[in-house]
Design a protein around this ligand. Structure first.
Ligand code: F1P
Length: 341
């Protein structure tokens, strides 16, 4: 995280320097929509990015799996900024989407880890996330750095539009706090390991989150699937009452993402619904949750940046669950480092 932030923050004007972006303030002000494309973990980081850009720059934004986008003959709009996200920079679905967009005359930025990779070369500009090599197949630290890069980009776009200097300062302070908060959180590894040993007995797990928490729930469920092979499903907390509550029973534990923001009471109500059906709950929250059986407490940052931190203990949970089950974490079955077909 230090590396993605280094040299990019300008405290004097509460702005950021994103030299490689290749997008000046006048062009940034003309953007009407932002569309983010990625696969797997990069798609989930893009979902967080879209929310940050909406919140901080007030530009309508969304994320879509590149693997879907490239097959649906999408309308390409000249006032939309397209952003391709990829750790490896070689994922074929993302590259194909970028090439298709470029062919149709769109402007495409890349948020990529591997310098000089195919997607980085094809994009008109972008941000390198400098997460270093992902030594295992599964993307983890790159998820964190990509969400930090989106924080920088949202701040940059916001400062060319509605975002006040005061809010700019608040977000900069939040970004600067992240490395120490991550270090603090990693100190809980022993407790998370104990939780993982308990949850490794589950045949299936449900992950829920609302708005900022939903992409975190999706990413946490993907990590658990990829490395432990436990079936996991992520749902928006608000959708529980539209069907999935039927699944709740003691044998299906729920991981609930419960940030301390203006949706806290709503999230507590969702936990109550689960408890009323004897479901077991592990909360990831900023304070111990009474309705949950256990809580992993995460340091509080600015509301908009909370998702960056909340994914990390759940990466650890997936890691220790996989270890407890004797899985090969560095080479999970059926997973390639970069998916090139
Ligand atoms: C995308 C991705 C990863 C996943 C696995 C397969 O890769 O889906 O998120 O963990 O490695 O590929 P990338 O485009 O971000 O390199």
């Amino acid at each position: 995280v230090d590396r993605v932030l280094r040299g990019r923050i300008d405290d004097r004007f509460s702005t950021v320097h994103l030299g490689g972006l290749n997008l000046d303030a006048r062009e940034a002000r003309r953007i009407r929509r932002v569309k983010i494309l990625g696969c797997g973990t990069s798609y989930h980081a893009g979902m967080i990015g879209a929310q940050m850009i909406e919140e901080l720059a007030r530009i309508p934004s969304d994320a879509e799996p590149a693997s879907e986008f490239r097959y649906r003959n999408a309308v390409v709009d000249p006032d939309t900024l397209y952003i391709a996200v990829s750790q490896s920079g070689e994922t074929y679905d993302v590259l194909a989407a970028v090439q298709e967009l470029k062919r149709k005359g769109a402007r495409v930025l890349g948020i990529v880890n591997v310098v000089g990779s195919a997607i980085a070369r094809e994009a008109d500009g972008g941000i390198y996330v400098h997460a270093g090599p992902e030594v295992c197949v599964v993307s983890t630290k790159c998820f964190t750095n990509t969400t930090v890069a989106f924080g920088l980009l949202a701040l940059h776009l916001g400062r060319t539009r509605d975002l006040s200097v005061r809010d700019g300062k608040r977000i900069i302070e939040g970004l600067r706090k992240l490395p120490a908060q991550i270090a603090e959180m990693l100190e809980q590894e022993d407790e998370i390991k104990k939780l993982a040993e308990e949850y490794a007995q589950a045949r299936s797990m449900l992950f829920i989150g609302r708005v900022r928490g939903y992409p975190v729930a999706r990413e946490a469920s993907l990590k658990l699937k990829e490395v432990s092979y436990i079936h996991a499903e992520a749902y928006p907390a608000s959708e529980l009452k539209h069907g999935p509550l039927a699944l709740i029973e003691p044998a299906l534990p729920t991981v609930a993402i419960v940030p301390d923001d203006d949706l806290l009471e709503k999230n507590r109500a969702a936990m109550e619904e689960i408890k009323a059906r004897s479901g077991k709950i592990l909360a990831v929250a900023h304070q111990p949750q009474e309705k949950a059986d256990q809580t992993i407490v995460v340091p509080k940052n600015e509301d908009e940046l909370d998702p960056i931190l909340m994914g990390i203990p759940l990466q650890l949970l997936a890691y220790h669950t996989a270890l407890a089950l004797g899985r090969d974490i560095d080479k999970p079955r059926n997973l390639a480092k970069s998916v090139t077909v």
